[in-house]
Design a protein around this ligand. Structure first.
Ligand code: ARG
Length: 262
């Protein structure tokens, strides 16, 4: 994770961002800290990267890389405003020593567009494209990680990253909002995941799908009360957190977390 010390909305690269809006940095840091504490309370280890002035979106740490079993596929951002973030993530993995970092050739925004299901096909990568990550990166990540990739096409600009439209709930199950995807992709998701928790537009607009689950607890935006109820009915324990300030940047819980799969 990376604290929102320098968070602002000074440019617009997704429909949620309004450069005229004011951001309460103190509140953003307070809400982010609560999220970090929530993860720690659930028994997880959280590493914190140093925030950098001039990189307001660095709080969305999910976009900086994608790791599976010690191999890290680096990010290459779509927009120049964020491109410098990639090297900070690379340096983080280099410091940790135990990682093998692979620099990407193709444009991809890390866990923003990649989800991982270890229990499917010996490890299945769900990969989004349409707005940020290039389809060519799906082929590249498959070679780098040696895992099958299922390409999913996003079509609604409000859901510009896979992680605002779909989330892994455990090793083999997902939750998603069908309306964010192209019709052929919806059919693929229906066929591949008949057991999925299907979210509606209200759940998705409340950033409910931008959740992180450890297979038991699903930490999600507190505004997504409808999805929280559906998750509870499906056997998961919803853990709501307030992240209203970061929503102004077009992100929530999942965007703030780069999962380390060592
Ligand atoms: N303002 C950021 C952007 O548009 C938000 C990124 C949200 N991150 C995510 N993983 N969906 O790039």
């Amino acid at each position: 994770m990376c604290a929102p010390e320098f968070f602002t909305v000074g440019y617009a690269i997704n429909p949620w961002m309004d450069p005229g809006t004011t951001v309460d940095v103190e509140l953003a840091v307070k809400q982010w800290t609560r999220l970090r504490e929530t993860l720690v309370d659930l028994g997880h280890t959280v590493h914190v990267m140093q925030a950098q002035p001039g990189l307001p979106d660095m709080v969305f740490a999910a976009n900086g890389a994608f790791s599976v079993e010690g191999v890290v596929y680096g990010a290459r951002f779509r927009h120049p405003q964020r491109s410098a973030e990639a090297d900070h993530h690379k340096a983080f993995y280099a410091e940790q020593k135990s990682w093998r970092f692979v620099a990407p050739t193709e444009v991809n925004e890390g866990e923003g567009d990649f989800a991982y299901l270890p229990g499917r096909l010996g490890g299945l990568v769900l990969a989004g494209h349409g707005f940020r990550t290039d389809l060519r990166a799906h082929a590249e990540v498959q070679v780098v990680l040696g895992r099958a990739v299922l390409s999913l096409q996003l079509t609604d600009p409000r859901f510009y990253h896979l992680d605002v439209a779909l989330a892994a709930l455990d090793d083999h199950t997902i939750t998603y909002y069908p309306g964010a995807f192209a019709e052929p992709t919806r059919q693929i998701l229906r066929n591949a995941f008949p057991d999925a928790v299907v979210a509606d537009e209200e759940d998705a607009l409340a950033f409910g799908l931008n959740l992180i689950s450890d297979g038991k607890h699903a930490v999600l935006n507190s505004e997504a009360t409808g999805l929280a109820a559906k998750l509870r009915a499906a056997g998961y324990e919803p853990v709501p957190v307030e992240l209203s300030e970061l929503k102004k940047g077009g992100g929530s819980v999942r965007c703030c977390i780069a999962e380390l799969r060592g």
